[in-house]
Design a protein around this ligand. Sequence first.
Ligand code: ADP
Ligand code: MG
Length: 587
Amino acid sequence: MGKIKTLREDVYKKIAAGEVVERPLSVVKELVENSLDAGADNIKIEISDGGKKLIKITDNGSGFAPEDIEPAFKNHSTSKISELSDFDTLTSLGFRGEALPSILEVAKIEIKTSDNNDGRGLHCVFAGGRMIQKNETAFNRGTTILVEELFFNFPVRKKFLKTERTELNQIISFLEPVILVHPDKSFELIHNHKTVFVYQKTTGLKDRVYQVYGKDFLESLQEVDYEENNYRISGLVSRLNTGISVKKHQYFFVNRRPIREKTLVAALNNTFEKFLEKSRHPIGILRLAIPPHEVDVNIHPMKLEIKFENASAVYQALKHAIESSFGVKEEFGVDREISTLPGPSAAFSSRYGSPGRFPGDGYRKPGWQPPHTGIEAQKPYSDHQQDQLFPGSFLDGEDFSIIGQYKNSYILVEKNNDLLLVDQHNAQERVNFDQLKKEYKEDQVVSISPLFPVIMELSPSEAAGLDDGKIELLGKIGFRLESLGGNTYDIKAFPQVLGEQNVKDAIRTVIHMNVDTKEDELEFEDLVLAEIACKSAIKVNHKLFPDQMKTIVKNLFKTDNPYFCPHQRPIIVEFTLEQIEKLLKRK
Ligand code: ADP
Ligand code: MG
């Protein structure tokens, strides 16, 4: 019997809709998610020309019932939800019923599928938005979907696709977290007939991390396994005093859905802040099981974002989970002692010494399962309730009030019952950085000329450090330097955010910065922008008017990472009402 139904209008109208297919990555994402939702544990992805020419996904999932194939390609047709209240218990990645029809709008699709173990399958071809061929074929249980001629009918979109390498890299970056959070499934990626990777099924996250990143990486991590309220948090994070120089390996999964969400990013980085050097970042591969009714997955058309009903509870739980992985709290701050303890690395290397063989079940914690507790019986939403359920996300919005300024340096803010202490310098640095970065990315840094000539004498080594690359970079940031011969330069223009008095200092800083990041040019550029942002920001010990404080805080809350300045110094210290009441022994 068919499982796929068309959603009623009142239901699909409430589902975040929008462009689904932007590039090959979008197709791979939707199809892989469908395979996972179909219960597959073996997924093979074959692509050609970065996916621009061909994308073929093969899975061993449930397959389509014969009568479900055509409906699956109709708008708003899905087997995953039928009422809005189903979101309360949703465990599938998909729910919009729009991926297959949207892909069909821009490509040709061929499908082979079988829902039985007798080898009876169907082969269907769709083109021009409808099925043009259907015949029986021998096929094992599972599905192969082939997508060809992407954007054949949208030449402009096709033209805007990036190079083969870039499109492929995007696909790999999408797959990486998916592979991490599904160690019990095998994944294979083939590009232009060459294998990019194969990961066989394995038994747990650690084994998967070992397969993907190797022994050293795994040895730098420690296990997290924690429960608070109805949240179960498990995974791996950096050991104390380790971390890496790039903020790359930070993966979060909410109910197995890979997600980038600022509350989670902040909790990880804030918790590690005091244990890592400024230039190091924690690694985190963190799985959160949260009752589905406390998570809104229906806010982004591509399901890239989610919203927590109670973001600050999630923040606290993740923080506690990470802290508990550090072991005894009293050891905090005794960094040297901890780092010289005979860590478990010896045990690790003997256990993980030979790839592909993982004994030691005694070593592993019991398998992770989403919690069944706390998930209440379905309760239909009314519109009004829906608004109430998901208020503005953590630190968003303008509903805060300024209490005052402490020591002419820290702004005291009341927000959602919490007391926040905001470092005015770090806050403005973050705001300036985000603005500069945006202008920089769009090649639109606003620059102005000095009122009086600014002449700079550089030392010979400084002048040598100002090689062409740096002059070009300074140019992109809004500086214009004219050589007056020898090592003397006339500064004709500088970025507007930077006060004239800071111009020379900023240029010197950039000259002295080490461009040792050949592969990662962006990383270096970010550092330069951060320096400029820092030099432009208001200092501490500087009295501010209430309106100035309000503007700083308002702009801060609009940034992506209000908790950290670009140099990774914390911006905000938070006290919840509960903490304060506890301190004052009112509770
Ligand atoms: P959604 O995933 O939001 O339901 P899609 O358009 O992606 O919408 O898919 C429509 C339906 O087709 C799904 O609900 C599912 O029943 C079925 N389906 C899609 N891909 C597969 C697959 N690989 N195996 C089995 N069924 C599938
Ligand atoms: Mg889908």
